[in-house]
Design a protein around this ligand. Structure first.
Ligand code: KIV
Length: 269
């Protein structure tokens, strides 16, 4: 199993696909959780721009800045010993032109110590991907529902259900592979399309709401751990109800402080 491997690299992911072993990926935004995930044996830790939602409390990922992403990446990097660490290039840090894209990717790598960056989009960003890869920075692609374009889509509904969009996604996936991406996230697309795309590529696909035939799966840590009970689309499997456990623990703490049960003698100096 991949847990026995030393450090996970982009080459490890390619080999996992070749062997038919699925790739596990989770988001993290801070030192403490990243440490637990790395020790648990996760293959890839993504410092996602979902930090904008789950850490910053923003409605979309559009508003998070490059400086804020670098801060989260620096925190996570200190905890990572074995996993491959990928950081999202946030909206506005790569769409204008390939010079800006390259400069943003270099900042993430230099200032955080990340192993790779992730970028949303297909043909429209392929030149930037080529330049970043040529500079020695591994790039993970991201197709399907790309939340940085939420105001263009207007909704977080499943993407590529019609033939034209499905065809464009397949073409984009091949272009991303040819541009040098080492993996591609497929978000919220029909499972059958994700199956076709995964089979058409040598590089691995990592699915979120894209069915079981992707070469790996990714979940946002808050969804997996049940920290945010308000967000429950069907593609999430919730492994814990941490919101309820934390609520219970903090309520008990409040009661103990008010009743002067805490601290007791053995908890005092
Ligand atoms: O930002 C993020 O958390 C992501 C995952 C949903 C893939 O991009």
């Amino acid at each position: 199993m991949s847990q026995d491997l030393k450090k996970i690299t982009t080459h490890t992911l390619l080999n996992l696909k070749k062997k038919g072993e699925k790739i596990s990926m989770i988001t993290a935004y801070d030192y403490s959780f990243a440490k637990i995930f790395d020790k648990a044996g996760i293959d890839v830790i993504l410092v996602g721009d979902s930090a904008s939602n789950v850490m910053g409390g923003n409605e979309t990922t559009v508003t998070i800045t490059l400086d804020q992403m670098i801060y989260h990446a620096q925190c996570v990097r200190k905890a990572v010993e074995r996993s491959l660490m990928v950081v999202d290039l946030p909206f506005g840090s790569y769409q204008s032109n390939s010079d800006i894209a390259l400069a943003s990717a270099i900042r993430i790598m230099k200032e955080s110590g990340a192993h790779a960056v992730k970028m949303e989009g297909g043909a429209e960003i392929s030149e930037s991907i080529k330049r970043i890869v040529a500079a020695g920075i591994p790039v993970m692609g991201h197709l399907g529902l790309t939340p940085q374009s939420i105001y263009k889509f207007g909704t977080y509904a499943v993407r590529a259900k019609d033939a034209a969009e499905a065809e464009k996604l397949q073409t984009d996936a091949i272009l991303l592979e040819q541009s040098g991406c080492f993996a591609i996230v497929l978000e919220k697309i029909p499972a059958i399309l994700a199956n076709t795309v995964s089979k058409s590529l040598e590089i691995p696909t990592i699915g979120i709401g894209a069915g079981q035939d992707c070469d790996g799966q990714v979940l946002v840590m808050h969804d997996l751990l049940g920290i945010n009970q308000e967000f429950k689309p069907r593609f999430i499997r919730q492994y814990l109800n941490l919101e309820a456990s934390i609520h219970e623990a903090v309520s008990q703490y409040i009661t103990d402080v008010k009743s002067m049960d805490f601290p007791n003698n053995s908890e005092s100096y």
